[in-house]
Write a protein that binds this ligand. Structure first.
Ligand SMILES: [Fe+2]
Ligand SMILES: [Fe+2]
Length: 184
C-alpha cells in the first residue's frame, strides 16, 4: 500500500529520532557526559517537536476521521494511550537532562550515566511500541481516501511546519543541522 505523504513524513521523523537516540547511547557507552548531554538535549527537542505536531495537528484530524466511521470506534482510546506515552517520554527525558546538568556542577559522572542509561532504555522500549502503533493504526488514517485531498495537503504543511519549528536554543547555532526542505 502506498503511504500518504503525511505518513511518510512522520515515519521518516521516527527513523531520524531513532538515529539521534543511537548517538546518545553511543556517547553514554563512551562515558562522555558532555556529548551525552548535547545529543540528548537535541533528541529531547526533536521528539518534543514531533509530539507537538501529533498533538496539535495530527491527532485532532485523525479524531475527526474516526468519528465519521463506525469501524474506527477504538481510535479515541488509542489516541489517549499515545498521549500518555508522550507525557511519559517528555517527563522521563526531562529527568535525564536534569540529572546530566547536575554532573556539570557536582561531578558524579559515572553514577549519573548509569541512571540516564536506565531512563533511556525505558524510553526506547516504549517508543518502539508507540511508533509501531502510530505507523500501523494512526498514520494510516491520513490517506486521500480518509481525508479530502485539500485537507490532507493542509495537514501535511502544518505538520511539516511543526517539525521545522526548532526551539530558540537550536536556531541558527553553528553545527545545528539545518533541515532540508521536505519533499511535497
Ligand atoms: Fe507519538
Ligand atoms: Fe510519532
Amino acid at each position: 500500500m502506498k503511504l500518504s505523504k503525511i505518513h511518510e513524513l512522520l515515519e521518516t521523523d521516527h527513523l531520524e529520532l531513532d538515529a539521534l537516540i543511537g548517538e546518545t547511547e553511543a556517547a553514554i557507552e563512551a562515558a562522555d557526559a558532555t556529548k551525552t548531554f548535547e545529543t540528548l538535549d537535541y533528541f529531547w527537542a526533536r521528539l518534543g517537536m514531533h509530539i507537538r505536531a501529533e498533538h496539535l495537528r495530527l491527532f485532532p484530524a485523525v479524531r475527526e476521521v474516526a468519528a465519521a466511521s463506525s469501524d474506527l470506534e477504538n481510535i479515541p482510546e488509542i489516541l489517549t494511550v499515545l498521549r500518555e506515552d508522550h507525557d511519559y517520554f517528555m517527563t522521563e527525558l526531562a529527568r535525564a537532562i536534569k540529572a546530566l546538568r547536575l554532573v556539570f556542577s557536582f561531578g558524579n559522572e559515572g553514577e549519573t550515566l548509569v541512571v540516564v542509561r536506565e531512563i533511556l532504555d525505558g524510553v526506547v522500549s516504549r517508543l518502539k511500541v508507540h511508533n509501531e502503533i502510530e505507523e500501523h493504526q494512526i498514520y494510516t488514517l491520513t490517506t486521500d481516501a480518509a481525508l479530502d485531498p485539500m485537507a490532507a495537503d493542509e495537514l501535511f504543511l502544518s505538520i511539516r511546519g511543526e517539525l521545522e519549528r526548532y526551539p530558540a536554543r537550536f536556531r541558527g547555532l553553528a553545527g545545528t543541522p539545518d533541515r532540508q526542505p521536505r519533499g511535497q
